[in-house]
Design a protein around this ligand. Sequence first.
Ligand code: GAF
Length: 369
Amino acid sequence: MRTWVAPGRVNIIGEHTDYNDGFVLPIALPLVTRCAAEPTADGLVRVESRQRPGEAVRIGIDELAEARERLPVWARYPLGVVAEFVRRGHIVPGLVLELDGAVPIGAGLSSSAALSCSVAVALRDMYAPSVADRELIDIARAAENDYAGAPTGVLDQSAAVLCTAGHALFLDVRRFTTADAGYEQIPFDLAAFGLELLVVDTGQPHELVDGGYARRRAQCAAAAAELGVPALRDAEAADLERIADPVARRRARHVITENARVVAVAEQLRQGADPRQIGSVLSAGHASLRDDFEVSTDALDAAVTAALDAGAHGARMVGGGFGGSAIALVDRERAEAVAAAVGDRFARCGFAAPRTFVVVPADGARREF
Ligand code: GAF
């Protein structure tokens, strides 16, 4: 069997902007999902996951399109990718998939895209080498949206496929999805500045299939429609007063200000600025997600406040929210103290102990051996 891997991600800045045609700036994590795969000619897909012992699924490729409802939820991600390749006309004679995910599930670090993209790169290499990265990303997104029922944008799949070690990926979602342009690898070498990026996994599971994420998407679409623009990417702060509903206005304000934060951070990093300078922008992003977009939680807020109180240069929740993880930008020599301070704050608040770890920008999906 050969093995492919795809990573989880953290987004440095640019949350809930992807489905508004805006900007994002993720890095890939060193944590990956591993997909060992073998082609067969028997018309079947056999898939098992090390995280789901005893739940192996065996199904005919021609049954996939109809089988979704009776499959276990975890299996809809890998099988959704196979179904999507087939739906797009690629011939898949059969395959065996053995999955092993090291990206924590529900931590807001994009374990789902790591899973779907690891299968997608494996399938591409085995059966559809002409598929370019943009289509591969779209296949993984479609599998998650349509087959697994998770209404994501393209942030996570793009990060899982396009990111490179040592860089943050600046992605203009509209240009990328319409013209296969608009992405750029920006050096993000925190170690050179004596810095580290700390991830705090609150342990509170975040679930995209829940309604909160879909409701935010609908509110953003409605706000764009009210303004008469294709997406909130096209709106400006001056437009906000034309949105009648105060909640929709706050949602739109988050998207407009967040896009501006991505552009500002990308520009500072491009210029080679000391990343400490982006810290306050990251913290402003958190305040906006907490107050305007209302997707933070008490535990995420506690992680961010405790990290900042302990000397972090900036901190924010990452991903869709409603649980999951936060990041903190810290001086290397303060990393342990900041992690300890977050742990103390969690204990005092009665939250379960968080898991904290340092990450560096890693490579996107690839064949491992
Ligand atoms: C989740 C989604 F999957 C992404 O597409 C993105 O919208 C993110 O939440 C918020 O930025 O990870």
